[in-house]
Write a protein that binds this ligand. Structure first.
Ligand code: ZN
Length: 329
């Protein structure tokens, strides 16, 4: 259990305009990861599914909102990392009418999750894997829809457009809700925890986690999101943010800064430790500027898991770069 208690209205389930809610999937800590519920004319969609362990929480949230399991038409996956898609199989086993929409590159891994499980175990280790993700169920082909770039889908009369946005992962897409002119960005538009808001201003930073992080692709995708100039973005980590043009500029600068740290520290005696420290210090300084309370324990509590994943992802990207350079020699 966390030593920190959740602040109501800051973490947990949050309700937004347009029938949109962020439902806490209780991954790692409260307020870290969400599944967004969209309700339109009695029909429902979930954007991202949490882990297999999130399923009872999500089903209870539907019931609390007066929705039957048969009311859910879609589970829309931004990408197949297990904090977003690990629960999709167990979830649709309970939602008889739900189709799962996924990037074409992710589809085979949902039908047969063996490789996805092995890749995630390589990042987290066997023991942490079970505690974090539970049992990953395959999804029958008949329930899967591959979302091509530019595909449009309707729920009742509400249109959703799907755009491919590689950079965080090759199997990443974002979903444009035309009714509210908002985008569900998964991890492409970084992370922004509501606990870090100061006077309503969001604190944002990119996620560079393993194993397909690619800075150039990620910057192109952030630009693509900004070019759609949505009213709001809904981040899986966590909830709604506005002022997208300005935040996009910040993310573009930050991606370059993170890559700069990685290049600079790759040859140090302990690159992992050095990079981890550098990323935390960098966020710490940014939080000072942001006006966030100088509570070191709270800052570590909120940032350590991302700092570690960003460190791993940057180092694995650098290793890939070096291998490619060697192959090209
Ligand atoms: Zn994520």
């Amino acid at each position: 259990m966390s030593a920190f208690t959740a602040r109501p209205g800051v973490v947990g389930d949050l309700d937004y305009p347009g029938g949109i809610s962020a439902l806490d999937v209780h991954y790692v800590r409260p307020g870290l990861a969400s599944s967004h519920l969209i309700v339109e004319s009695g029909r429902a969609a979930l954007v991202d599914a949490g882990t297999a362990l999130s399923v009872p929480t999500l089903l209870a949230a539907l019931t609390r909102r007066g929705l039957a399991y048969t009311d859910v038409d879609y589970v829309l996956l931004t990408h197949i990392h297990l904090d977003h898609a690990g629960g999709a199989g167990a979830l649709v086993a309970c939602l008889p009418n739900a189709q799962v929409v996924v990037h074409p590159r992710g589809r085979a891994h949902l039908e047969n999750p063996a490789k996805l499980i092995a890749a995630t175990k390589a990042v987290y280790g066997d023991e942490a894997f079970s505690a974090l993700y539970g049992e990953i169920l395959p999804i029958p082909a008949s329930r899967l829809i591959s979302a091509t770039d530019g595909m449009r889908l309707y729920m009742a009369n509400r249109a959703f457009d799907f755009w491919h946005t590689p950079g965080h992962a090759l199997h990443h897409l974002v979903i444009h809700d035309r009714l509210t002119d908002s985008l569900f960005t998964g991890d492409t538009f970084g992370v922004s925890y509501r606990e870090l808001d100061v006077d309503g201003r969001p604190f944002i930073f990119p996620t560079t986690s393993p194993s397909q992080f690619d800075p150039q692709q990620l910057k192109d995708s952030v630009r693509r999101i900004a070019a759609l100039s949505p009213q709001a973005a809904y981040l899986t980590h966590y909830g709604r943010i506005t002022g997208i043009a300005k935040l996009a500029e910040q993310l573009l600068t930050q991606i370059d800064q993170l890559v700069g740290f990685a290049h600079e520290l790759a040859t140090s005696p302990e690159p992992h430790k050095a990079l981890n420290t550098a990323i935390f210090d960098w966020l710490n300084t940014a939080l000072d500027r942001h006006g966030f309370p100088a509570d070191a324990a709270l800052r570590h509590h909120l940032l350590d898991s991302d700092v570690e994943l960003n460190t791993q992802g940057l180092l694995s990207w650098l290793a890939r770069q070096r291998n490619e350079a060697k192959l090209n020699q």
